[in-house]
Design a binder for this molecule. Structure first.
Ligand SMILES: [Zn+2]
Length: 426
């Protein structure tokens, strides 16, 4: 009888070879996305870049998944029976800094994992085809817009055993926490008047907004150090000689847990109403036009398997232990409906900031190429294990349920209407 380690070594050898063969094409794909960054829900060219590479491998792409123009899926094996894995891929960029979050590396590694698995779904000499199916799920608008949340609402993540993708970072880790995040817009409504001749007849919406902004700054002193509230003025009046009748604030709120995020939300909402009262103006508070991002419900069995699969290629700690500030992602929403891992892969200097020009440029270095290769292999090997190792699937689901029932955003708050998606230009 062969040991589990020897078995996985043998099973994973074709994936290692396939990723090595694919690597020049994957790095070219990453560079192509770097050269043509697209914002959330406008990733039309990026989706076509995926389509060209999938179709070249003889794999059909289904565009517009869930009614979202820049979402897509591609399928290996069957959805009708057997274990199911979703390999997610992000490909949206940021304004000003292009792929400053490195989603070009995510796209290349997820595509690479998917293409490396493809031959294993066909009958081979001395080996059965893999059971079940693997879906490549193209998830737009992670940087704002919550593509994965809308795909969950559309049922696109139903009936999978695991979801897997890797995100670039300063450090390697198989399971790193993410904060819950919420967005709110407060529109203050006053009354116009000549600011010099009859100011007493006006009611100043900008005063309401400024008071709210200042009060939130004071609130920050009395919230947990792991919570975050940060905002901007979207509108602040038109001319100094007109009492502003309209001022608009947008804030993001973050907290490590869902409950603490909802508690923070109540305090921020109270500030908006109190500030409006102070200025004698009205206020409309609209939550979640961008969907709530849930924290990551980490999955230890899948994270440990991912780290073990990369042993020899890259040292990946299983879990991040420090409590330094973290970001947020809609992968957290996926992690609350099924076992999900989003390991982080280190590229370049650990001190390169996220969402920076340096982060974008780092993806084109030899280190960026190594990150694509290792991540593609790690995702493919872990997906294969989920399909073939019943004990791993059971352990992943047991770990998921030990942390509670599945959570959908609609269970927590009323779901906001979907955005109007942009049309392709040109
Ligand atoms: Zn990102």
């Amino acid at each position: 009888m062969t040991s589990p380690a020897a078995r996985s070594e043998r099973d994973h050898a074709p994936l290692r070879d396939a990723v090595a063969t694919l690597l020049p094409r994957l790095t070219a794909f990453s560079r192509d996305l770097y050269d043509h960054p697209e914002l959330g829900y406008r990733e039309f060219r990026s989706v076509e870049a995926f389509a060209a590479r999938l179709e070249a491998a003889g794999i059909a792409i289904e565009r517009g998944t869930g009614g979202i123009p820049t979402a897509f899926t591609a399928q290996l094996g069957t959805r009708a029976s057997g274990p199911q894995v979703a390999i997610t891929a992000e490909y949206d960029a940021l304004p000003g800094v292009g792929h400053g979050c490195g989603h070009n590396v995510i796209a290349a590694s997820s595509l690479g994992a998917f293409l490396a698995l493809a031959p294993l779904f066909e009958a081979r000499d001395g080996a059965d085809p893999l059971p079940g199916g693997v879906t490549l799920v193209g998830t737009p608008a992670e940087e704002g817009g919550g593509g994965k949340e809308l795909l969950i609402q559309a049922g696109a993540f139903d009936a999978y055993d695991a979801a897997v993708m890797v995100h670039p970072s300063g450090r390697d880790v198989a399971a790193g926490p993410l904060s819950a995040k919420r967005q709110v817009v407060a529109t203050f409504r006053g009354r116009t008047a000549h600011a010099a001749a009859n100011p007493h007849l006006g009611r100043n919406a900008l005063d309401g907004a400024v008071t709210a902004y200042q009060a939130i700054a004071q609130l920050r002193q009395h919230i947990p150090t792991t919570d975050r509230v940060h905002g901007v003025f979207l509108e602040a009046g038109t001319r100094p000689n007109i009492v502003p009748e309209r001022a608009v604030l947008e804030f993001f709120l973050r907290s490590p847990e869902i409950d603490s995020l909802l508690a923070l939300s109540e305090r921020v909402e109270a500030v908006f109403h109190g500030a409006a009262l102070t200025a004698g103006v009205g206020v409309d508070v609209v939550w979640d036009a961008e969907p709530i991002y849930l924290p990551h419900r980490l999955n230890a069995p899948l994270a440990e398997r991912y780290a073990a699969n990369l042993a020899g290629r890259r040292e990946v700690p299983t879990r991040r232990e420090d409590t330094a500030a973290v970001g947020s992602s809609d992968i957290g929403n996926v992690s609350h409906v099924l076992p999900t891992i989003q390991p982080f892969v280190a590229i370049g200097d650990p001190d390169i900031p996220g969402h920076s020009r340096e982060r974008a440029d780092s993806t084109l270095t030899p280190d960026g190429e190594r990150a694509i290769a290792d991540s593609a292999f790690g995702v493919a090997a872990t997906a294969l294990d989920v399909l073939t190792d019943d004990a791993l699937r059971e352990a992943a689901w047991a770990d998921f349920h030990a942390q509670g029932d599945p959570v959908r955003v609609g269970d927590l708050v009323p779901l906001a209407p979907w955005p109007t998606f942009p049309e392709p230009v040109g």
